[in-house]
Design a protein around this ligand. Structure first.
Ligand SMILES: NC(=O)c1ccc[n+]([C@@H]2O[C@H](COP(=O)([O-])OP(=O)(O)OC[C@H]3O[C@@H](n4cnc5c(N)ncnc54)[C@H](O)[C@@H]3O)[C@@H](O)[C@H]2O)c1
Length: 436
């Protein structure tokens, strides 16, 4: 395939060299002579292990060239990858100026091109940027329509500097963000040899995935450092502890606990987090991330409360009260916390949870309920259909208990789903997912 790459920095130079290595004809475009001149001489403009050999190979085979002329690059390629920088502004917001300018450059040439051209954004940009910055600039400069007259896609880049070539050939996943068939076919072709999981999603989702990944990586590093600080102060080798944490692929390095939904609760996580934070304070070891984890949990309870309160009606039904299905342990259930707040502010509650039989609650569990929701007996209802029928707002806090009863919900009942009871549902009309 004939490919032009706009921006010959860390991402663009690696993409250009690897794509040329794979047999594609690649033109790297950059206004900076410090990028173009070394490339033309078969040298790498950046330090990256193995890159210079790839570039030398590409240039001597004639498959890799470099230019500052956007026009000739577009006219001599079928697909353009945009790899320009998207730096932070002083206030932390994303500077999309280079993206806009490169889109204008490309658009101005597309106007004069007869064949279908695919424009693929690789620069990291916030969800919505391709559609609100890149596409309008391309359309305005070209007088053409994205998705009809030219293709548009977002292809997140996951490579890491210093292992960039290895990452190019062995990425964790490959994500194609496009709804444009020809552009998707072209992207599939370029990535044909890479036997890694490939996902096709819309542009905005692909942009969001890149940020989800980077936020996750940053969070993991800070978590490891913070827990390492606390453990080492307690005389424990943090590397041993983290090594063993990673050995558990059921609960730790797995999908477990990576499902957006309601706050965590139960008899262990809140208690143990508080204990660890209090130990870190005694040690004098700052633990801002662990402390923020408790605050983040509170935010999710506040969010659910606001969703109920904003509806206007006071008749609220709960489906599920314990912190997860198939247990009657109500201790520190965030649903009890939510119910308590609503009850305290005068909402009329009806609660269904088949596992909760007040007469059977004992010990710390019974004391917790007595102290937090003393009127629970009056609010509990054994028949889910009564709760559904007599509520204007239905809070679904427990997936197992719904068991198809959603079909019985009146169309004008507002459903506030905290667990994504049905995978296909997204917030619209009277259905509101807490974070989807
Ligand atoms: N560096 C990484 O490890 C990495 C990894 C994944 C994603 N990303 C993302 O990829 C993007 C590029 O990052 P980078 O580190 O390669 O940036 P970089 O600053 O190294 O390179 C950007 C290049 O774009 C060029 N450029 C600017 N305007 C241009 C235009 N109109 N036409 C052509 N070229 C133009 C610049 O001269 C520069 O050489 C960023 O959005 C970044 O967040 C970077």
């Amino acid at each position: 395939m004939k490919i032009s790459i706009f921006g010959a920095g860390y991402v663009g130079a690696v993409s250009a060299a690897c794509l040329a290595k794979e047999g594609h004809t690649v033109i790297a475009v950059d206004p900076d002579p410090n990028k173009i001149e070394p490339l033309l001489a078969g040298k790498s403009p950046i330090i990256e292990p193995g890159l210079e050999d790839f570039i030398k190979d590409g240039v001597s085979s004639g498959r890799l060239t470099a230019t500052s002329d956007a026009r000739s690059a577009i006219l001599n390629s079928d697909l353009s990858l945009i790899c320009v920088g998207t730096p932070s502004r002083h206030d932390g917001s994303l500077n999309t100026e280079y993206l806009k300018r490169v889109a204008e450059d490309i658009g101005a040439v597309l106007k004069t091109k007869d064949s279908y051209h695919s424009v693929v954004v690789r620069s990291t940009c916030l969800p919505g940027t391709t559609e609100t910055v890149v596409v309008p600039a391309l359309e305005q400069a070209s007088g053409m329509v994205a998705g009809e007259d030219f293709g548009i896609a977002y292809l997140p880049e996951f490579l890491r500097e210093s292992t960039a070539i290895k990452d190019y050939y062995d990425p964790g996943v490959i994500v194609f963000g496009t709804q444009d068939k020809l552009t998707l076919d072209r992207l599939q072709e370029i990535h044909e040899k890479l036997q890694r999981p490939k996902y096709v999603v819309d542009i905005k989702t692909a942009e969001g995935i890149k940020y989800t990944n980077n936020a996750w990586h940053a969070l993991k590093i800070s978590f490891s450092n913070e827990i390492g600080n606390i453990l080492s102060k307690a005389g424990i080798d943090s590397h041993v502890a983290l090594e063993i944490l990673c050995g558990d692929d059921r609960l730790n390095i797995s999908k477990a606990y990576l499902t957006p939904g309601f706050a965590f609760g139960g008899s262990c996580l809140p208690k143990d987090l508080r204990a660890l934070i209090s130990m870190s304070r005694r040690q004098g070891t700052p633990a801002p991330l662990l402390e923020a984890t408790l605050s983040a949990n509170e935010v999710q309870i506040n969010r659910a409360y606001s969703m109920v309160a904003e509806h206007g009606s006071r008749k609220v039904g709960f489906v599920g009260l314990s912190f997860k299905p198939d247990t009657d342990d109500l201790r520190e259930s965030p649903l009890v916390e939510l119910a308590e707040r609503l009850y305290g502010r005068g909402f009329q509650l009806k609660i269904f949870d088949p596992n909760i039989r007040l007469a059977r609650l004992t010990g710390a569990n019974a004391s917790f309920v007595k102290s937090r929701l003393p009127h629970l007996a009056d609010l509990l209802n054994e028949d889910i259909n009564t709760v559904i029928e007599e509520s204007d707002i239905l809070v679904v806090g427990n997936r197992a208990e719904m068991n198809g009863s959603l079909q019985n919900v009146k169309p004008d009942t507002c459903i506030i789903d905290l667990v994504r009871v049905d995978k296909s549902l997204r917030s619209e009309g009277n259905y509101h997912g807490i974070c989807w």
